[in-house]
Write a protein that binds this ligand. Sequence first.
Ligand SMILES: [Zn+2]
Length: 267
Amino acid sequence: MATETTFGDDSSLGSRFERFKFAEDEQSKKKRIVFIDKVVLKDRVHYKDGYGYMRCLQPENCPACAAGMTSNERFGTKVLEYYTNMDGDVSKPFGYTVKAFVFGNGKGNGTYSILRSFYKSFGDKMYVRDFLVSCSNPKFQTLTFIPQDTCALKDLKVAKPEAFEEVKADYQKKVSEMDILKVVAPAVTADIMQKVVNGEIVRRSTKNAAPQGASAAPVAAQGQPSVPPVSSFAGGGGTSVSASAASVGAGKVDEARAVMEDIAGEL
Ligand SMILES: [Zn+2]
């Protein structure tokens, strides 16, 4: 299904952070990013046209699975996107946005696999290297990544240590506010999911995000893991996790943000 590679709706997205994605009119633009988070959240989702993504409720009763709807893995991490020109050259003065990057893996050869292949080549050096990203099909966010030899964030640390410290502090604040799982796999109750499957609910409410968030609580109470599966680009999309990810699997996902320290350590 084509839905495996779409990014779905933004209705569950809070106003506090932006998504890294290409708009329809950005097909000729190159964006420049650095992966600043080694942790990749992973969950299984169902997709319903019009409504969007829903977290699969297995191992509890899942109405979407019961109805034979396929589920797919969906991933999320954080990137720092630089202010650039159309060619992806970093603007002066230095500027950036911390964004949520949410993606699938297509038929097993999608964005996750592409990024994993870079991890295989570069290891943790992947996180101290910029990537130029272009998009040949905004509708499906078909992305191409070109690794760079340089890292503008690293360069900033050398040239302007105080500015780097400001970026780091700002980054840490922003990531603590980001609940990426809400975008990767928006939680719905079995009751709501059943209505979506039945076609009784065709669109996610975007007006009352608070009640919707509240409705997620019973799902957790029914035994849904409160800590999402944690992966990394080293994880192969399976159940294995890297040492760094495994060490935070106990629930401190949002606190294990060592990448900025790694950049510092590289220098
Ligand atoms: Zn399911």
